[in-house]
Design a protein around this ligand. Structure first.
Ligand SMILES: Cc1cc2nc3c(=O)[nH]c(=O)nc-3n(C[C@H](O)[C@H](O)[C@H](O)COP(=O)(O)OP(=O)(O)OC[C@H]3O[C@@H](n4cnc5c(N)ncnc54)[C@H](O)[C@@H]3O)c2cc1C
Length: 410
């Protein structure tokens, strides 16, 4: 198997390296080495502006929408170089919901007016969007959403509640899966609406989670309004739009995730060496298993990328990727706590520079504060973007063609 990249891709890598050499200080060691949370946030903001200024935030988008018209492989090489240098690819979660989910979905489903109105703001950072799918009565069974929207003249009026909405308190808009035809079968009566958050009909309340942060919120709509043309796809066709968005959410990083996880695992192996626990045969075996799993993730990522480059949809592979990385991350972070042993009971050092995923290169492997927080947050990985059970059901029914689960169990 030849996994070397074509010369034009390596040329792009050289371009990225030149940008990094110009933009970074000579003593740069990686974002994990930034001493505190406030300086990290400040760095992420300014680095995002740098990526935007250098045209590197959405290289695979068409030129007319602010991208470079390059391929997903260029994007992978860009993220490889950023990860090697311990740099973030944008501002998470803002760019995760904004560029990765909404931006890519608008490119597929949006009208020319919606693209012209929204994509430049998503790129510049002026527009920050969050994901209004889950409700108290609709999570795994997403098609059961009961938030309603009705047309009143040339505006939609929205009533209902969303929950677990990441970064809603820092967003300017929310994309809402809402029921626009209560009489239609449940998957057919839904529409995908873009709703501004800064209005009297919207109330956003942050929720504190178990690792101490408040990443997500409850969002209440009481007669909230949005323009009639702010529906993406057809009225009543929101389920298909939501499925496209979820595929981007679950599968877009399949080829780049393993890079972050490998850097994190390298740090864990360094911790095991420095504490002498690398000599424990059971811990060694578990480290080796994690190493093998990251390698499998890497080749899985290449396979998904090859399919995408060949023009295929990511499809079910998005669920394979999401299931695999999230379950791996629970395993490796539990292992980190076991490698720390009793030392982990007295947290010292800096916390992780990003809350929900792997911590960044440059982070001190001995920071017990970092490992326990990443470990708690890894629990969320098997829940958000669809739980592991849901991914297994999707794969069983849609990829393997097994019998559908009985309706009563949903
Ligand atoms: C950190 C974090 C961030 C999030 N951010 C967002 C966001 O920005 N926007 C948003 O809309 N949502 C967000 N979510 C919500 C997330 O998508 C839901 O939590 C998830 O879809 C599960 O839904 P639920 O919490 O209602 O659990 P439920 O659907 O009630 O599931 C409870 C348990 O039952 C299992 N289960 C349910 N149905 C089945 C079945 N048919 N077969 C087998 N097992 C089943 C589930 O796997 C789970 O273990 C976020 C969640 C987290 C943890």
């Amino acid at each position: 198997m030849d996994i070397s990249y074509p010369p034009e891709i390596e040329g792009f890598r050289a371009e990225v390296r030149a940008v990094l050499a110009e933009e970074l200080p000579a003593d740069w060691r990686g974002m994990g080495a930034i001493p505190d949370a406030e300086s990290t946030r400040e760095f992420v903001r300014s680095w995002r502006s740098t990526l935007h200024r250098r045209g590197l935030l959405a290289v695979a988008w068409p030129v007319e929408y602010g991208g470079r018209g390059l391929t997903k492989l260029h994007q992978v090489v860009l993220v490889e170089e950023l990860t090697r240098a311990g740099l973030p690819f944008g501002d998470v979660p803002r760019d995760s919901t904004g560029l990765k989910m909404l931006g890519n979905t608008l490119l597929r489903w949006g009208t020319e007016q919606q693209k012209a109105e929204l994509l430049p703001g998503l790129l510049s950072g002026g527009q920050r969007w969050c994901q209004g799918f889950s409700e108290p009565g609709a999570g795994s069974d997403l098609a059961s959403v009961s938030t309603r929207a009705r047309l009143d003249g040339d505006e939609w009026v929205v009533d209902g509640q969303k929950i677990w909405t990441s970064a809603a308190d820092r967003s300017t808009g929310i994309f809402v899966l809402a029921r626009t035809d209560p009489a239609a079968p449940k998957h057919k009566g839904l529409s995908f609406l873009l709703v501004p958050l800064d209005q009297p009909g919207v109330d956003v309340r942050p929720i504190r989670h178990m690792s101490g942060g408040a990443e997500f919120c409850e969002v209440f709509f009481t007669g909230a309004r949005t323009r009639g043309d702010m529906v993406v796809g057809a009225v009543g066709g929101g389920w298909a739009v939501a499925q496209t968005l979820l595929t981007f959410e679950r599968g877009e990083e399949a080829a780049t995730n393993p890079l972050l996880f490998r850097a994190e695992l390298d740090r864990l192996m360094e911790l095991a060496r420095r504490t002498g626990r690398a000599n424990d045969p059971v811990l060694r075996q578990r480290l080796a298993r994690c190493y093998a799993r990251v390698e499998v993730m890497r080749y899985l990522g290449y396979r998904i990328l090859s399919d995408v480059l060949a023009g295929d949809e990511i499809g079910h592979a998005a669920s394979v990727s999401k299931l695999y990385w999230s379950e791996y991350h629970r395993e490796v972070t539990q292992l980190a706590l076991d490698v720390e042993g009793l030392d982990g009971l007295i947290p010292v050092g800096k916390g992780p520079s990003r809350p929900m995923r792997a911590d960044d290169p440059g982070a001190d492997p001995l920071s017990t504060n970092s490992w326990w927080q990443v470990s708690l947050n890894a629990r969320a990985g098997t829940i958000y973007a669809g739980t592991s059970e849901v991914q297994r059901t999707i794969l069983a029914e849609r990829a393997l063609g097994l019998p559908r689960e009985p309706a009563g169990t949903r």
